[in-house]
Structure formats: structure tokens, C-alpha cells
Design a protein around this ligand. Structure first.
Ligand code: SF4
Ligand code: SF4
Length: 297
């Protein structure tokens, strides 16, 4: 059983309870305008190329079996259409101008990384699966969660919720806490902002609440997208009808923009601006008026 892993984050303190190792899995059904993890959107391995670091040495061109790199009169040209994501060029680049996102790993290989910091997890920390959407690789995610639980690791799943319900039914018993994204209650507005309607997301949320799962709802606060009173009242009323343990309000930021450029992707959030401290606190206050336990992330 193997999956495609984008990255690990060790000593994570914002991805669930305690100190955790977050495993980022590749692939996601949504395309949120503000996404700061473009390296996690598709399941296939991808190369990021930082042109400003390149010294045009040609080492990558010598290593690539597909001729994706070329050093000519105009310097280094990288033709992504020839790249299969094998990663061979990354290890020979002396300037660290290339980075591979997406490595095939077994369940045991991932757990070996997670175990390295077990001493720091205490009674509350553990492993968090994030993405992308971990359940875009459902068999691997299920196997990883089951194996982690079998050896007594605390597990959290950071999910966009937009997957078939049977996938949640299959893994729910192996998840100690869900980190569950809610972005907008209006179906068509949700589709415009994320590329998908919200029906399954809301339905799966209700299912997990009814099942008695521990849930931290995460709301990305994105000015101009979901920070108006109508949008916030709608989310708050929905959550008040089936309250999670806590709600975390996450302010939009544009830190991921450089990754889009390095991967030759278009960033859809160029016009977006982060919320001010006042906007963030006002949004938190509005949610609290519905009796929700709100933290600002
Ligand atoms: S990842 Fe592999 S195929 Fe892609 S450019 Fe590098 S060496 Fe070539
Ligand atoms: S190996 Fe690195 S520094 Fe050399 S040409 Fe390729 S990307 Fe540029």
C-alpha cells in the first residue's frame, strides 16, 4: 500500500491537539481561490523551479531522462510537458533551484517518520493527515490511520469534507479528531469560490456530529468572499444546530503565492487581501453570539 506524500511538518502545534507530525497528502477535489498549498492540488508528483536560484549549470539537463531541461543561449528552459516527476534532476541541482512535491511512500515509511517524534507527543499529540484532501487517496489514508491507531498514536484528519460519505464511515473509528473546513453556506457561492458545491460537505459534517466524533471546524476568513454578516451568520447558524467542539477562524494570507509561480500555476487569489485584526475579531464575536466556542488561529 503506497500513497503520494507532498511533505511532512514536524512539531506542528496548529494541526490539532498538542504537538503533532502533519503528513500532507497529494490531491484535492476543491480549487479554493485562496489555496496556499498549490503543491497539494493534483495527485501526480510535480517539480517546483525557483528561477532566481538557478545558475544555469546544466546538471539537471544531464540527468533528466526526458529532456525536460535545456540550457541554451537564453539560459535554462524547463519544459514541464516533458516532466514525469521522477525527481532525478532535484538531487543533482547544486543551487537547490528544484524541488519535488510528491513522493511515493508506503504506510510503514510514513509511520517511521511520525514515530521519530513520538516522545514529544505526550498524551494529546500525534499524527495529523492533511493535504490537499487526505481522502483523495482513500485506501492509503484508511490504512495509515488504522496502522497509527494500532500502535496507539493519536490521529487527526484535516479534511475539506467533499468526499463520498462511505469514506468517512470507513475511517471515522480511527480518527480521534476531525479538523473540518466550512467555507460558505450558499451552494452557488461555494461553487464559485471553490469549484464545487457544498452539499456533500454539509451532509458529511452532520453525519460526523451525529456519530459523536470530535470536530474542530475551521473557517478560512477571506475578505470579500465569506466575511460579510450574511455569510458568517449562515455558517454560525448551521454550526449552532450541530455544534463542534470548537471553531477556529483562520485569516486568509497570501504566503503560498510564490509556490504558484515556482510551479507555473495561476494564483486565483491575486485580488484578495488578508483581514485586519479588527475584521478578524469582529467575525469571531459574530460567531460567538451563536454560542460557538471560537478561537482565532
Ligand atoms: S523530475 Fe524527472 S522527468 Fe521531471 S524534469 Fe526532473 S529529471 Fe526530468
Ligand atoms: S541543476 Fe539547478 S542550477 Fe543547474 S541548471 Fe538545473 S536548475 Fe539551474
Amino acid at each position: 500500500m503506497t500513497g503520494i506524500v507532498t511533505d511532512f511538518k514536524r512539531f506542528a502545534v496548529h494541526d490539532g491537539d498538542g504537538i503533532r507530525t502533519t503528513v500532507f497528502l497529494k490531491g484535492c477535489p476543491l480549487r479554493c481561490l485562496w489555496c496556499h498549498n498549490p503543491e497539494s492540488l493534483v495527485r501526480q508528483p510535480q517539480i517546483a523551479y525557483l528561477q532566481e536560484r538557478c545558475i544555469s549549470c546544466g546538471a539537471c539537463a544531464g540527468e533528466c531522462p526526458n529532456g525536460a531541461h535545456d540550457i541554451g543561449a537564453k539560459g535554462h528552459l524547463f519544459d514541464r510537458t516533458h516532466c514525469t516527476g521522477c525527481g532525478a534532476c532535484v538531487s543533482v541541482c547544486p543551487a537547490r533551484a528544484l524541488r519535488l512535491y510528491g513522493r511515493e511512500m508506503t504506510v510503514e515509511e510514513v509511520l517511521a517518520v511520525v514515530r521519530e517524534d513520538r516522545i514529544f507527543y505526550g498524551t494529546t499529540g500525534g499524527m495529523t493527515l492533511s493535504g490537499g484532501e487526505p481522502m483523495a487517496q482513500p485506501e492509503f489514508t484508511a490504512a495509515l490511520l488504522a496502522a497509527a491507531k494500532a500502535e496507539g498514536l493519536n490521529t487527526a484528519l484535516d479534511t475539506c469534507g467533499d468526499v463520498p460519505k462511505p469514506l468517512f464511515e470507513a475511517i471515522a473509528a480511527d480518527v480521534d479528531c476531525f479538523l473540518y473546513d466550512i467555507k460558505h453556506m450558499d451552494r452557488e457561492r461555494h461553487r464559485a469560490l471553490t469549484g464545487r458545491p457544498n452539499d456533500r460537505i454539509l451532509d458529511n459534517y452532520r453525519y460526523l456530529v451525529a456519530r459523536g466524533c470530535r470536530i474542530e471546524v475551521r473557517i478560512p476568513l477571506v475578505p470579500g468572499c465569506n466575511d460579510d454578516p450574511t455569510a458568517l451568520n449562515g455558517i454560525a447558524a448551521f454550526l449552532a444546530s450541530a455544534p463542534p467542539e470548537r471553531v477556529k477562524l483562520l485569516p486568509y494570507h497570501s504566503y503560498g503565492q510564490g509556490k504558484y509561480e515556482a510551479m507555473a500555476l495561476t494564483y486565483g487569489g491575486r485580488e484578495l487581501v488578508p483581514p485586519s485584526a479588527e475584521q478578524l475579531l469582529a467575525a469571531a464575536d459574530r460567531l460567538r453570539r451563536f454560542g460557538l466556542n471560537v478561537e482565532v488561529g
